[in-house]
Design a protein around this ligand. Structure first.
Ligand SMILES: [Zn+2]
Length: 125
């Protein structure tokens, strides 16, 4: 993969440890994954921005792998409004809950930079 399209910009930032989404300046939609055109209003050139990383788990699926090591696959609604597919780390898979507050960070999956989430500690627990 090379070039200067939105996917390349996104991947270059990820390698530097930054996770980016886009925002459409015409209609204000937050966009992920990166696109050339806004999926809502088709304006071109959505701009990149670095979201806060705060999000809420929208759905969670436990993936059972042969060999016994499970994984979770989550959809997270970012505070800004975009929905991203990722996984939650630092917690047992069965404890990942819909509605849980999570914080994104750039980690690694199979040696490649990737957006991951960890649970936000709940006060008083
Ligand atoms: Zn738009």
């Amino acid at each position: 993969m090379h070039g200067s399209g939105p996917e390349a910009v996104f991947r270059a930032a990820l390698r530097e440890g930054r996770f980016l989404i886009q925002r459409c300046e015409a209609c204000g939609a937050h966009i992920f994954p990166p696109r050339l055109l806004c999926p809502r209003c088709e304006a071109d050139g959505p701009v990149f921005l670095e979201p806060s990383g705060s999000g809420t788990v929208y759905s969670v699926t436990i993936v059972r792998r042969r060999g016994g090591e499970d994984d979770n696959v989550v959809l997270v609604d970012l505070e800004e409004g975009a929905r991203v597919m990722s996984r939650v780390v630092g917690i047992d898979h069965e404890n990942v809950r819909i509605g849980m507050q999570v914080q994104g960070f750039v980690g690694e999956i199979d040696g490649r930079p990737a957006l991951l989430f960890r649970p936000v500690a709940e006060e008083g627990s």
